[in-house]
Design a protein around this ligand. Sequence first.
Ligand SMILES: Cc1cc2nc3c(=O)[nH]c(=O)nc-3n(C[C@H](O)[C@H](O)[C@H](O)COP(=O)(O)OP(=O)(O)OC[C@H]3O[C@@H](n4cnc5c(N)ncnc54)[C@H](O)[C@@H]3O)c2cc1C
Length: 501
Amino acid sequence: MKKILIIGGGIAGLSAGIFAQKNGFHSIVVEKHHTLGGECTGWDRQGYHIDGCIHWLVGTKKGTGIHDLWVTVGALDGVEIYHPESLIAVEHEGITVHFYRDLEQLQSSWLEISPEDRKEIEQFCMDIKKLHGFSIPSGKPIDLMGPLEKIRYIISMKDVGPVMEKYGKITVKELAGKFKHPALREAIASFMPEGEYSAASVLFPLGTFTGGQSSIPKGGSRALAERMAERYRSLGGTVETSCEALDAEIEGRTVKSIGCKSGRRFEADYFIAACDPKVLYEQLLEGRYPDPQFEKRYHNPEVYPLASNIYIGIAYEGDMKDIPRTLKFPVESVDINQDGKPIEYLQMTHYGYEPDFAPEGHTVMTFAINQFKQELERWELLVEDPDAYNSEKKRIGKEVIDAVETRFPSMKGKLKLLDVATPQTYVRYCNAYRGAFMGFWPTISGKTLNHPGAIKGLDNLMLSGQWLQPPGGLPVAVITGKDSIMRICKKEKKNFREETE
Ligand SMILES: Cc1cc2nc3c(=O)[nH]c(=O)nc-3n(C[C@H](O)[C@H](O)[C@H](O)COP(=O)(O)OP(=O)(O)OC[C@H]3O[C@@H](n4cnc5c(N)ncnc54)[C@H](O)[C@@H]3O)c2cc1C
């Protein structure tokens, strides 16, 4: 039986492992952290559970290929799905703009706010609707398709092309500027920070959300990853946690073994790097097999920006049933970044629909504050001084609690800081380059990366994970994990099997 060693036990690594086992390989996942799941995780603090990932999961709609894939890997098998009423609600000067799941409701509520924007609102909703028929391709990767399959693939993308053409070339700010009403403008602009970010990043999430394709699996992110880990183990897969891969032994075009921090070496016939690409290219391969597509992006952060998060968990002694699941509200003088420029909004997500995340009568909420190049550099310096780093986390937590109490005076005295994760948290636990929680952000001048996962010069090592394809995130992780096994099956002249016999 041929052996596959998988580096990284995030969603891509677990997906690769599950399909390796289903296809008659012997696989081992080596994972740096002591748990599996990578960035798809959650953690417990003071009797509460902080969900660290899923705000929406593409693939919750039955009948789509990506849903079937999630079911096959055990992630959504028999799992109850929570359908929030809106993707996000944004407050601006006393008006709340809802991005409702029901597109007609979205349209009519926006028309009520701004009848003078009728033309733009109707056009916007019509373009979102065009994406309802689109489902992220989850079958064969393009490099394995025959000519007929390629034609079918191109036809399946027919609704996406015109939307990308129209929205991929304008910025989020330009899209927002088409609307006359300041609340609508602000709501759209708030999707992305100021900059060159493409308006497609507003359309696609709304397309999948209002098309019923993306909701939230009950139990949250950690439970989803645990179900996949369980599926992997039940198929006979082997897991080595607290086992960081550090180096690769290479002969000619073949990787022979991977050495881990624990001192163990693992030999295999194939290797899949389901870790951050920087770890692969610079650490494991010591810069000897640079990839031009990644290099171009790493060296051009203006066109290919990266972002991480400050992620804050707060407990509230009360229920939040009347507050949208994700709410963006304006704040004044909240000093998060210490660059003299206060942030303008806070984005709050609450988990009132998850009774097991908090003691009865209490609710957990999280706040995600994006961090970009300048801030990431600051965290890289700060983490070197543990006292300063920890007190900065506490300070930020307090700033956020004060801001929440200002917005919701009835919560005063009933909020408790549970945890503050920083970009360095993702570096520490997941080896994520600069703490990035997704691949390069889409800008109007950047090209989307569509990477086949191959490493030029090496025949038995490939890359999987969220970085390889748009739009990134969990669907791309699960798809590219499977794709690596499809490619190995082709090399081995085996028919790829999705289901176990
Ligand atoms: C706050 C937050 C919110 C998010 N929200 C969403 C959302 O709503 N929807 C969505 O689709 N996506 C979301 N994402 C993104 C999603 O979490 C990621 O796209 C996905 O988890 C990436 O999976 P992956 O397997 O490609 O990589 P990772 O999760 O990064 O997994 C890589 C694994 O490799 C391990 N590793 C790294 N180096 C080594 C080494 N040398 N040796 C051994 N192991 C190693 C890491 O520890 C990690 O476990 C969110 C992420 C964050 C942080």
